[in-house]
Design a protein around this ligand. Structure first.
Ligand code: AHR
Length: 335
């Protein structure tokens, strides 16, 4: 294995264009079914078992679409399972994939810890595993072949650096509330860390409340309502994804405050609804997190199946958006 690789959207297009045959969808548990349920398809197709986190956000929906479309494009037979944000469902799905003797397993781990046993089972069965989107904290790096996804610490840091720049003239405390993603997940842990490290540069910035909204709109709304009740002065909201920020907008408006003006709002993802809120002046800044991982995942699945070496990490190349940049980018936004 070699070092980190990055890719651009142009790269995604190239790989998509290079896709070969059409593939079916098959699954287990709460899964899409169809196509040949057997592995190493009788028709010679690579069979990829994919355990998705759930459908908690606009980002996740775009990611699922990307994976399914890319599998079809690449001629890979996909067995897709939706774990409904539960680790036990993902473990069951992976065991099911092992039993079915799929060629490759890929999954987006809902939380970072607790995967070693099932990953050892996959390794014992000689099935290569690819981590997509979220990492695991296993010390044994031989339990999986590669990781494809974002640098979540960087996303948090870019959000914090933007805030530091905006508040550099502040002479008194600037109160920040934080809506964390799913407790124990890599994006929640890493974004929290990156943001905290960056805002340490301005001692006026204080995180006065921080709680999980589980990456959902409903969670964002509910937790923001509590924050607003408990804290008379909130200057900034940092939400770990657009969906929680969008839920929080409802709570802020209901409390008689103007989002984007009375409360500065920073989020992560840059899905269409989030970008619309930014262009409309309700959000103030978004750090992008790309969900378009499907084409690279299929490319990696082919390589690990063929026994070729792959990079240890394949990181997505991402940007940030201000309100003006969102207005310009929205018309061509793909998700
Ligand atoms: O793991 C990626 C995160 O998961 C996205 O930022 C969030 O929207 C999703 O639910």
């Amino acid at each position: 294995m070699s070092k980190t690789a990055t890719f651009t959207r142009r790269g995604i297009g190239t790989i998509l264009a290079a896709g070969l045959l059409a593939g079916g969808l098959a699954g287990c548990g709460n899964s899409d079914t169809g196509g040949d349920a057997g592995s190493s398809g009788g028709d010679g197709k690579i069979v990829l078992g994919f355990s998705q986190v759930g459908a908690e956000s606009g980002w996740r929906t775009a990611n699922t679409t990307s994976v399914k479309e890319a599998a079809t494009e690449a001629g890979i037979e996909l067995k897709f399972d939706d774990a409904q944000q539960k680790q036990e469902n993902q473990i069951k799905a992976i065991r099911n994939f092992i039993q079915q003797k799929v060629d490759v397993i890929a999954f987006s781990p809902v939380v970072e810890s607790g995967w070693d046993t099932v990953l050892k089972e996959a390794r014992d069965a000689d099935i290569p595993v690819i981590l997509t989107d979220r990492a695991v904290d296993s010390a044994d790096k031989t339990l999986y072949k590669t990781f494809i996804g974002s640098d979540f610490v960087k996303e948090g840091r870019l959000s914090g650096e933007w805030l530091v720049e905006q508040t550099k003239a502040a002479t008194g405390p600037v109160n920040v509330v934080e809506l964390q993603g799913t407790t124990g997940s890599a994006p929640a842990n890493d974004r929290k860390r990156g943001f905290a490290e960056a805002i340490a540069a301005n001692p006026n910035l204080k995180i006065i409340a921080s709680q999980s909204g589980d990456f959902t709109r409903a969670g964002g709304k509910q937790v923001m309502e509590q924050f607003l009740k408990a804290n008379p002065k909130i200057d900034v909201l940092f939400a770990h994804n657009d969906d929680m920020g969008l839920g929080a907008l409802e709570a802020i408006t209901a409390a008689g405050k103007v989002p984007g003006k009375d409360i500065t709002i920073i989020t992560i993802d840059a899905v269409r609804d989030g970008m619309q809120a930014l262009a409309d002046g309700k959000f103030n800044f978004i750090a992008e997190c790309s969900p378009l991982l499907g084409p690279q995942l299929m490319d990696l699945a082919k390589k690990v199946h063929a026994g070729e070496s792959v990079p240890e990490r394949v990181e997505t190349e991402e940007t940030t958006f201000t309100q003006e940049q969102a207005k310009a980018a929205l018309p061509s936004r793909k998700y």
